[in-house]
Design a protein around this ligand. Structure first.
Ligand SMILES: [Zn+2]
Ligand SMILES: [Zn+2]
Ligand SMILES: [Zn+2]
Ligand SMILES: [Zn+2]
Ligand SMILES: [Zn+2]
Ligand SMILES: [Zn+2]
Length: 762
């Protein structure tokens, strides 16, 4: 192909710039050839997917059915192959294993996390601790499979424990002192002091004088919180001053047996057996403020029992009039950490979540935030007892935490500290109300906040990117006359899409293309002209050996696939890069006018795409797979939950319910409804779906051969057992059974009808 001069110039510049990338591509390709992998795996939304050639989905393991096995104590030089072998030797299929993390920890040993079938994990965990690796003994733990960006599950040790405390019975004293100074001193000394193991309260007051001229009344000190066992002489010693008068007051009652308080509550709430209460212990609090409190820890067999006792005790007044304080923890507990600035930018949305959490009630779930001093992050914790309340809230928290909007564009200078934290981010927050998160690893910019703040933040980012990119340049290129038509139809729209309509101008008369944009647009313009402005004639020079299946031209920089077809390197790269926007998977060879159809080997796909693009492509393939296979795999039924589960085969009448690891909802894999213990999917559908119920009743009615009919007014099935043809329905309507449909509000009318039409009542 003859390149126009301008084009040739761009080509040269481009070649120089891309020489390094080409060398890398070449190295990757060589690497892949020496060790071609026939399958590859990726983790997407909690599922582990295995892909074959052309990225066809070979198999998958959903988050619903997987667990994570953490292995500690491996030698630092343990090879990935050996780690896999550890599990494949136990009979686990390699396609159902996924090495999630693999790192060397502080003590120099290697620690890995392997995702696998929860059944396999459970079976394995029994014998795991016996396994050895090169004479080292390893430690194994089995965990839930959680996904990055989701809330981490906290292990709750004492969910079945209640802490119950109440103030011990106490008495009060009123002490009359001789002088104001004395009273002041005594009150100050005694208030907050500890006496007989109890913290006292003391306050001075001066009674009002009623008649003028009489002697001033003596000042008083009121002491409260005195243990019942204290005597008058104890108080005299304590005050240590000349007393005019001593008056003992307050509640005196028989001491309650603390253990009975909990036992009574337990039996009142349905604990039938002593075994339901595992233990009750009296604890001594070291906390000064808790002096004078009786504190017990009661452990129950289940969390539900602990919760019922909690509900019973909360707000209960004991015999001496003091309130019980009861604390319990929740069995479900999750936490996630986000930047404080993000929390500030999103505070209205977070407040709404706090609001909906408190509407559910403190007793059902708690959403709390915890700022760690000196840390730029904030910890958000969610806990509760009922998965139906906690699960959806958890999804909302995760959604908000991840709700940043992506701003396209990146500049290497954004890696500088100024952009990650500090001046730029702070200025943007003050000016726009949005938090701008510069993610160096993914080379992405995300903006968090209210929709208006995000719009303002987006402008700030775009301005900054434009400033970093330098002044915009005008590019001029000439398109060959014979290709102008093709270029206008396809090339110009593509350029407009990338650069914006206002920055693209093509004059059909002169065939000159003028564009404006940063330096990086030159590459794009070259590619578009290259793709859409190839001269029509002659397409294939005489004597050309290979024709590229994409550009139908003589191959340049050839890449040969296993099927024998040869592509130009830029064409194949462009084809694979654009595959992400199509849904034509698996990716197959376009040779022989697209009839070849041999899947493109994975190593070719991988080495032409960046790591990010490659993983996005894998995810797009799996999303397409989910959409095309609703009888195999489905999204979790909670809105916005990204987990998928495997649909049970149709000949399983009672599929085992399965729990979503993210939102905790329990799903029946047969009918996508909630769990329905004791019923088949069909029975459950009939019980919950009114239309289905109606359909079944209709079927049954026709089966009864006229013995049963539906009321013409309320559709209730009616049965005529014997006797006259006058039938009254529960809805009050009177019906003639012989000519169904004749109905009336009055019985007389029906009798009249039966006499005149049928000559009688039977
Ligand atoms: Zn080509
Ligand atoms: Zn082929
Ligand atoms: Zn879910
Ligand atoms: Zn079902
Ligand atoms: Zn009726
Ligand atoms: Zn009739």
């Amino acid at each position: 192909m003859a390149l126009p001069t301008q084009l040739a110039h761009y080509h040269g510049a481009l070649q120089k710039r891309s020489r390094i990338t080409q060398a890398q591509e070449h190295a990757k390709l060589e690497d892949a050839r020496s060790q071609p992998a026939s399958t590859t795996q990726c983790s997407s939304f909690g599922s582990i997917i295995t892909f074959g050639a052309g990225l066809s989905v070979m198999g998958f393991l959903t988050g619903f059915e997987s667990c994570v096995v953490r292995v500690r104590g491996l030698p630092f030089d343990a090879h990935e192959r050996e780690i896999y072998a550890l599990f494949t030797q136990q009979g686990i299929d390699k396609a159902r294993l996924y090495l999630k993390t693999n790192r060397v920890v502080e003590d120099g040993s290697r620690e890995v996390e392997m995702v696998m079938d929860s059944d396999a994990g459970a079976a394995l965990s029994v014998g795991l601790d016996m396994l050895e690796f090169r004479d080292r003994s390893l430690s194994f733990e089995v965990h839930d499979h959680t996904v990055p960006g989701k809330m981490a599950r906290l292990s709750v040790k004492d969910a079945d424990v209640l802490t119950v405390s109440w103030r011990e019975p106490s008495v009060g004293y009123i002490v009359t002192l001789t002088s104001l100074e004395e009273a002041h001193r005594v009150a100050q000394e005694l208030d907050g002091s500890v006496c007989f193991g109890r913290r006292l309260k003391a306050a001075m007051y001066v009674p009002l004088r009623f008649t003028s001229g009489s002697a001033p009344l003596a000042p008083l000190v009121r002491i409260t919180g005195v243990p019942v066992s204290a005597t008058d002489s104890d108080i005299r010693d304590l005050v240590g001053a000349d007393l005019v008068h001593l008056h003992r007051s307050g509640v005196v009652c028989a001491n309650v047996n603390p253990f009975n308080v909990i036992r009574v509550a337990a039996f009142a709430t349905g604990c039938r057996d002593k075994a339901d209460i595992i233990s009750i212990d009296r604890t001594e609090s070291t906390d000064e403020l808790l002096r004078g409190f009786i504190q017990l820890r009661a452990r129950f067999r289940t969390w539900d029992q602990a919760k019922r006792v909690y509900d019973y005790l909360i707000g209960i007044k004991l015999a001496h009039g003091t309130l019980c304080r009861v604390l319990h923890s929740f069995p479900l507990s999750f936490t996630i950490t986000i930047p404080i600035l993000q929390y500030i930018a999103q505070r209205f949305s977070w407040n709404e979540l706090h609001q909906s959490a408190s509407e559910a009630g403190q007793d059902h779930c708690r959403l709390s935030t915890n700022e760690l001093p000196g840390e730029p992050t904030i910890q958000i914790s969610l806990s509760g007892g009922d998965p139906a309340i906690v699960g959806p809230l958890k999804v909302k928290v995760e959604e908000l935490a991840a709700s940043g909007e992506l701003v396209s564009g990146w500049h290497p200078r954004l890696a500088q500290l100024e952009y990650r934290e500090g001046p730029f981010v702070n200025r943007a927050l003050v000016e726009s109300g949005a938090f701008i998160c510069v993610d160096q690893q993914r080379q992405q910019i995300r903006v968090y906040g209210s929709p208006e703040a995000i719009a303002r933040g987006r402008t700030i980012v775009q301005d900054e990117l434009a400033r970093l990119a330098g002044p915009s340049q005008t590019q001029v290129a000439r398109v060959p006359r014979e290709a102008a038509r093709d270029f206008m139809m396809r090339g110009v729209p593509e350029l407009c899409e990338h650069l914006g309509e206002e920055n693209v101008h093509f004059d059909p008369a002169t065939c000159v293309l003028t564009t404006s944009g940063g330096a990086e647009t030159r590459h794009l313009i070259f590619r578009v002209i290259f793709t859409h402005a190839a001269p029509v004639e002659p397409r294939i020079p005489a004597g050309a050996r290979d024709v590229c299946p994409i550009c139908y031209d003589a191959v340049q920089a050839p890449v040969r696939l296993a099927c024998g077809h040869t592509y130009c390197t830029p064409c194949l790269r462009h084809f694979l890069r654009s595959a992400i926007d199509s849904d034509k998977f698996p990716l197959t060879c376009m040779g022989d006018e697209a009839r070849c159809g041999v899947p493109i080997p994975i190593h070719h796909i991988e080495c032409f795409l960046s790591k990010q693009l490659y993983s996005r492509l894998l995810q797009a393939v799996f999303r397409t797979y989910i959409a095309r296979n609703p009888l195999t795999v489905r999204y979790c039924k909670t809105p916005n939950c990204q987990q998928v589960y495997r649909v049970a085969s149709q000949d399983v009448p009672r599929p085992v319910p399965t729990k979503c690891p993210d939102c905790l909802v329990v799903v029946c894999p047969g009918c996508n409804q909630g769990a329905h213990e004791g019923y088949t999917c069909a029975e459950h559908l009939a019980r919950t779906d009114p239309e289905e119920q109606e359909r079944l009743v209709d079927l049954w009615v026709t089966d009864q051969g006229g013995r049963v009919q539906r009321c013409p007014q309320c559709r209730l099935p009616l049965e005529k057992t014997a006797g006259c043809n006058h039938v009254t329905c529960r809805c009050g309507v009177h019906i003639c059974w012989r000519c169904w449909g004749i109905s009336s509000e009055s019985a007389d009318e029906i009798y009249k009808h039966m006499r005149s039409e049928h000559g009688g009542y039977s």
